[in-house]
Design a protein around this ligand. Structure first.
Ligand SMILES: Cc1ncc(COP(=O)(O)O)c(C=O)c1O
Length: 373
């Protein structure tokens, strides 16, 4: 399906058609100035050009710990409960290798970020999909997971604010996850890649703020989206000290840690001003409203999300995810992501990313209005 979509995009581009892509979640604004300046200062210093170590610099771990206290109200021991990861993707992938043996299972949100399933598969294990139920606010129905599955599960990947649905965790959901994990000895991996991208006064919590969470969970805090740092490959793994030790042991065999200049840039990011984040969120909120208004005008029932850089909406009646994405491409030369790309439960939905510059996004929305009304 995606190969076919790509072939058609390619065809259009070759025919000189101006195709606008709303499919990729990669901030279009640059990394905030104070972070770049910290990097520029550090990169020229020979001391920071040598091998780092996987455990991370003390100041990096201290900055993560201070961020967790100030932003989430969570106490994190910088020596045992925080360390760098080369992006959330790397971290999630390697956690599968650290914790899964053949025969084990990982529970993976469906729809979800693809590495929740590819990680376990490549580690020689298997992911069991947990459908995110729209009627429950796009969380899995935990009571519906068969007990044999829970007995074999070692990991559970969850993610709120959520990609691709834009959902935020409903009250009490994290508590239920902690309970389940404790009962079945499952390590919860909470992917917190969108905690800083929120709207309308919503403040996203850390999973680790849930009572008992540190006994059963790690959280991956990515700097990619909230700090416009997707290219930097910069994240932290935070939480259960035993789990971090296992990840660390694996990582010493895989890579040699995060470039120290990037760690110092992360310190600047985590301890720096929040104004640039707020400004970015104002830009995304404006774009969100633009897209939601246009979609409603063409008959798509959609609610504005409280977080993330995505609009997740049901396809119009009579369409599949793929057929609607194809229609939008054919009629409006706009690329949207078919929901089924993120797992079988994404069928019947599509995703639009808000990381396209205002002018292009407005043009895309106008085209959709003109051609699909
Ligand atoms: C839910 C989720 N997790 C992780 C990532 C990747 O994060 P990183 O850039 O830190 O690897 C993304 C990127 O789109 C994502 O949507």
């Amino acid at each position: 399906m995606f190969a076919e979509l790509e072939r058609r995009i390619d065809q259009k581009l070759k025919a000189g058609i101006d195709v606008i892509t709303l499919a990729i979640g990669d901030p279009d604004h640059g990394t905030y100035g104070h972070i770049v300046e910290a990097m520029q200062g550090a990169v020229a210093d020979p001391a920071f050009q040598r091998y780092p170590n996987n455990r991370g610099r003390d100041d990096f771990c201290a900055a993560v710990s201070a961020f967790y206290r100030g932003r989430f109200g969570v106490d994190v021991d910088p020596d045992t409960e925080a360390m760098p990861a080369l992006g959330a993707k790397e971290c999630i992938y390697h956690l599968s290798f650290a914790f899964l043996d053949p025969g084990d299972l990982a529970l993976a949100a469906d729809p979800g970020y693809p590495v929740y399933t590819s990680g376990p598969a490549l580690a020689g294990s298997e992911a069991v999909l947990m459908p995110l139920a729209p009627e429950l606010g796009f969380v899995p129905d935990l009571d519906a997971i068969p007990s044999e599955t829970l007995e074999r599960a070692r990991l559970a990947f969850i993610n709120y604010p959520n990609n691709p649905t834009g959902a935020v965790a409903p009250d009490g959901f994290f508590d239920r996850v902690v309970e389940l994990a404790r009962e079945h000895q499952i390590l919860v991996v909470h992917d917190n890649s969108y905690s800083e991208t929120t709207y309308d006064g919503y403040v996203a919590p850390s999973f680790l703020a849930t009572p008992g969470a540190k006994d059963v969970a790690v959280e991956v805090l990515s700097l990619s989206k909230g700090f416009n740092m997707t290219g930097w490959r910069c994240a932290a793994i935070v939480g259960n000290a035993d789990a971090l030790r296992a990840y660390w042991r694996l990582k010493t065999n895989v890579d040699s840690g995060m470039f120290q200049a990037v760690q110092l840039a992360a310190v600047a990011a985590l301890s720096g001003p929040r104004d640039p984040i707020d400004e970015m969120n104002r830009i995304y909120a404006r774009r969100r409203d633009l897209v939601v208004t246009a979609l409603r005008e063409i008959g798509v029932a959609v609610e504005p999300p409280l977080a993330t850089i995505y609009i997740w909406a049901p396809v119009p009646a009579g369409h599949t995810s793929a057929s609607f994405a194809e229609l939008v491409l054919e009629e409006a030369a706009v690329v949207i992501s078919p929901g089924s790309m993120y797992g079988p439960s994404g069928e019947g939905f599509f995703r639009i990313s808000l990381t396209t510059p205002d002018e292009r996004l407005t043009e895309a929305v106008e085209r959709m209005r003109a051609h699909l009304a």
